[in-house]
Design a protein around this ligand. Sequence first.
Ligand SMILES: C[S@@+](CC[C@H](N)C(=O)[O-])C[C@H]1O[C@@H](n2cnc3c(N)ncnc32)[C@H](O)[C@@H]1O
Length: 287
Amino acid sequence: MPELLEAIVEEALSVSLFEIEDEATADTVGWQIDLLFRDPPDARALAAALAPACASVGARFGDIAVTRVAPDDWARTTELRLPPVRAGRFIVHGSHARDGLPADAVAIEVDAGLAFGSGEHATTQSCLFAIDRLARRRRFERVLDLGCGSGVLAIAAAKCWPARVLAVDNDPIAVRVASDNARLNGVGRSVRTLLSDGYLHPAVRRGRPFDLILANILADPLIELAPALRAHLAPGGRAVLSGLLDRQAEAVVAAHRRQGLRLLDRAQQGPWVALVLGSPARRGSRA
Ligand SMILES: C[S@@+](CC[C@H](N)C(=O)[O-])C[C@H]1O[C@@H](n2cnc3c(N)ncnc32)[C@H](O)[C@@H]1O
């Protein structure tokens, strides 16, 4: 990082980097950097530092806007920015929104933090819709949440069924957050959390076969992990796969079809999609 930029970043009270997505395709079309200073910064000096920093990583510097931030009630701002999210029977909410939740909803309390999954992302929502639809038809007893992030899907599963849920992530922070959230939501005894890269932890192998596997990761790892998913899924089991765009769905389905799984359902939220796949009840039979 150029020295001048380093000095700016050091001087700023906070630095936030936001990915700007194309609304239709979810492709990254740019980045927004928000810097918060105690005193108004010199916009020209900022531009002089940021332009070469962008050029050094092959990016084009856009423009700069300096605005005064009014004194704020941060708790209230968080409430407004993260209202409860309804997805099927579930309502995912932060601790600021415990009161007044609809009585018919299954509440999942997750505060926005260092682990992905406070409910506002379309991939989480489409998985929750898929779980909701599955729960109308059958019960599951052994569930694996692969890439659990905050644990939101594992908690949803544990609240739907009297199931044993194994929630794993390759990020130690997510594992800790998921464990705390499971306890906070009253399902700490049903949800076990583990640090595991994919299915590699021996406890994941020992826990198989799972009759439901939830995996909201990305299209490429899902494709790569398709044989392992097949090896861990019970005959007649179901898998909810997400983290993929509509245009990537066919490749993900094809990779799993090669493992004998069949597409049974899909839940779409904007360009993001969750796929529900089924494994055959017996070898050689249809899902
Ligand atoms: C998109 S977030 C999903 C979080 C949560 N399940 C949800 O639906 O909101 C993906 C999570 O998968 C984890 N992850 C990605 N690849 C993984 C892998 N190979 N093994 C385990 N976890 C993985 C990431 O660390 C991240 O927490």
